[in-house]
Write a new protein. Structure first.
Lengths: 112, 110
């Protein structure tokens, strides 16, 4: 059974803080993705990675960076958190086969 | 460009059948996925179509017409627990990147 885990379910941070969101998958997938999901806007792709140390910008990369030092781990970094980054953040892995992407449980981030 | 359209909301009655439509415009089509997402939870995989036709899986079926850029998800014998958001997603090219529609919020009433 594929498992994608995220470091926190709920997180509260202050404006200007550096925030790290971690994602780990156990299926040896090459592809990993970070999305944010907001009411009325659906799932929006922030960054993705096709391999270790590789990263590509998604649709809304501004204000975010990522790190992929190991195949199983993909980190999303908010360099200086702002209130408009309050959102649900979802990590996913896979996508190349017939089961699409597998999602982690999500991290609900609140920036105050 | 990429564009995926699906209705924002639908309501149906317990025990009935509902069809959720999805139209798309993409280049390099390489598969269409349907996901179910309950409130506050992560999306979970429901179905995958890459060739034209109907894929049936229990109470859920999904149809694809590549020439029309059209898919639908059919839910039969609706149950209250089917109340959720249903996301249509298209894969382009050989990588794993998916383009998601905004989702259809389905409410099942007694």
């Amino acid at each position: 059974d594929v498992k994608v885990t995220q470091s926190s379910r709920y997180l509260v941070k202050r404006t200007g803080e550096k925030v790290f969101l971690e994602c780990v998958q156990d299926m040896d997938h090459e592809n990993m993705f970070w999305y944010r999901q907001d009411p009325g806007l659906g799932l929006r792709l922030i960054y993705f990675s096709y391999d270790v140390k590789m990263k590509e910008k998604g649709d809304i990369p501004e204000g975010y960076s990522v790190s992929r030092e190991k195949k199983e781990r993909f980190s999303l970094i908010l360099e200086s958190a702002s209130t408009n980054q309050t959102s649900m953040y979802l990590c996913a892995s896979g996508g190349a086969g017939g089961y699409g992407q597998y999602f982690g449980p999500g991290t609900r981030l609140t920036v105050t | 460009g990429q564009n995926i359209d699906q209705p924002t909301e639908m309501t149906a009655t317990e025990g009935a059948i509902v069809q959720i439509n999805c139209t798309y415009q993409t280049s390099g089509f390489n598969g269409l996925f349907w996901y179910q997402q309950h409130a506050g939870e992560a999306p979970t995989f429901l179905s995958y179509n890459v060739l034209d036709g109907l894929e049936e899986k229990g109470r859920f079926s999904s149809f694809l017409s590549r020439s029309k850029g059209y898919s639908y998800l059919l839910l039969k014998e609706l149950q209250m627990k089917d109340s959720a958001s249903y996301l249509c997603a298209v894969r382009e090219g050989q990588g794993g990147k998916l383009i998601f529609g905004q989702g259809t919020e389905l409410s099942v009433k007694p």
